[in-house]
Design a protein around this ligand. Structure first.
Ligand code: PEP
Ligand code: CO
Length: 462
């Protein structure tokens, strides 16, 4: 791997933000030696397929739906949990595909999303100060000294739980669960008391009729029975990501085989930092998270570093500006990148710029603000004549109460009922489906676009 990928020592010699401080730094080495021997979790060819699909997003011909937990936990690697997340993502994708008639690229924020950047290194409760929870990849959530002490053996747990999750997902999406003719059954345990569920049911009826018609006509395509689904997570712990990097025998180039796509977070995207240096060398499609304080010049420099060859599908820029700032900050960033002739996939993360603490101390987000940021994203792209390529959502398949508002009108006082996230607040199933309908409405305004070549995009087209 010499020369193709920087050594871990070389990476460690650079600024490397947000890494665990192990009590015995040497103890990580045997764990990494073991991980280097383990089989890849994904294949390079699959990463290339995803890259080709992201190129379609960048070209304005497809829409990316990326979603999952803020922080997966080992405890939630259960069939029901995984099925729940997959089901809500597939339901959202069907809403987008059917209502907006745009092909949807499905990317999970799962099977590896176990490490979290934190704004503070420690947490204090009742006069006791302990290391902050950095995700199950690093330490435990329970507030006691033993749990919070970073343990390098957890990296093997990340590999094992990612493998188990990916294995089940692969079985689900190819083994019949994703069959469009089952669109009704995905949500059959819904309590049908809200208009989102009603809308979903009505749409599922229409799809069922359309499918029955197609089958009667003799159409029996594999694309009706299976879907392509990709995994992604933040490439935060470079020890782990480096240990899972393999040279692809077909091309002789390195791929991070921990996921199909990895991204660099808002807090680790320093130009001279180890994270940017690492992802520069891997051939996976790369995401770059950009917050409201990023300058256009900074984004341009990062885009040049991560994608010097303007390779189609290589770069996805995930903006997370906050509802209050997206309309003023995003245009300059998008225009600067587009002016260079570079095509990237523009994806909106409407979650991370809209977090606040409720009066009772819960970290939460308001559904209305999430929608506001999304609307701002579509408005900005409409004005610039660029393609709003996708969304990046923190969600779960369960009926949790972590974000306020939405169809069930969750109030701050309701948050205590089912607040289960290990990190950031997630949309629950109803809120996720409601959001998908909102996005579909925005997208269907641009339906005409699909029939036009990219260079003919006009403001008034969508
Ligand atoms: C996240 O995606 O959970 C996250 C920490 O995001 P960001 O890097 O944008 O803060
Ligand atoms: Co988060």
């Amino acid at each position: 791997m010499v020369d193709l990928i920087p050594s871990l020592e070389e990476l460690r010699s650079r600024p490397m933000a947000q890494q665990p401080q192990y009590p015995d730094p040497q103890a990580v080495e045997p764990v990494l030696a073991e991980l280097r021997k383990r089989p890849p979790l994904v294949f390079a060819g699959e990463c290339d397929d995803l890259k080709a699909r992201i190129a379609e997003v960048a070209a304005g011909r497809s829409f990316m739906l990326q979603g999952g937990d803020c922080a997966e936990t080992f405890e939630s690697v259960r069939a029901a949990d995984i099925r729940g997340k997959l089901r809500v993502l597939l339901s959202m994708a069907v809403i987008l595909t059917y209502a907006a008639q745009v092909p949807v690229l499905k990317v999970g924020r799962l099977a590896g999303q176990y490490a979290k950047p934190r704004s503070k290194d420690t947490e204090t409760r009742g006069g006791v100060t302990l290391p902050a929870y950095r995700g199950d990849a690093v330490n435990g959530l329970a507030f006691d000294a033993a749990s919070r002490t970073p343990d390098p053996n957890r990296l093997l747990g990340v590999y094992n739980h990612s493998a188990a999750t990916l294995n089940l997902i692969r079985a689900f999406v190819k083994g019949g669960f994703a069959d469009l003719r089952a669109v009704h059954t995905w949500n059959s345990d819904f309590v049908r008391n809200s208009n989102v569920e009603g809308r979903y049911e009505a749409m599922a009826d229409e799809i069922e009729r359309a499918l029955a018609f197609m089958v009667a006509c003799g159409v029996d395509d594999a694309s009706l029975r299976t879907v392509d689904f990709y995994s992604s997570h933040e490439a935060l712990l470079l020890d782990y990501e480096h240990a899972l990097t393999r040279i692809d025998s077909r091309t002789g180039t390195p791929y991070d085989t921990s996921a199909h796509m990895v991204w660099v977070g808002e807090r680790t995207r320093q130009q001279d930092g180890a994270h940017v240096e690492f992802v520069k060398h891997i051939r996976n499609p790369i995401g770059l998270k950009i917050g409201p304080d990023a300058t256009p010049a900074e984004v341009l420099a990062l885009a040049d570093a991560l994608d010097p060859d303007h390779e189609p599908g290589r770069l996805t820029i995930i903006t997370r500006m906050g509802a209050a700032r997206i309309r003023t900050v995003l245009p300059g960033v998008v225009a600067a990148v587009e002016d260079t002739g570079r095509r990237v996939a523009w994806v909106c993360d409407p979650m991370h710029g809209n977090t606040f603490e409720s009066s009772l101390g819960y970290k939460t987000r308001a559904f209305s603000q999430v929608v506001d940021e999304l609307n701002g994203f579509f408005e900005v792209h409409r004005e610039l004549g660029t393609w709003p390529g996708g969304v990046h959502i923190e969600l779960t398949g369960d009926d949790v109460t972590e974000c306020v508002g939405g169809v069930d009108e969750l109030a701050e006082a309701d948050l205590a009922n089912r607040y289960e996230t290990a990190c950031d607040p997630r949309l629950n199933r109803n809120q996720s489906l409601e959001l998908a309908f909102t996005i579909a409405e925005q997208l269907s305004r641009g339906r005409a676009l699909r029939h036009n070549p990219v260079q003919e995009f006009h403001v008034e087209d969508f």
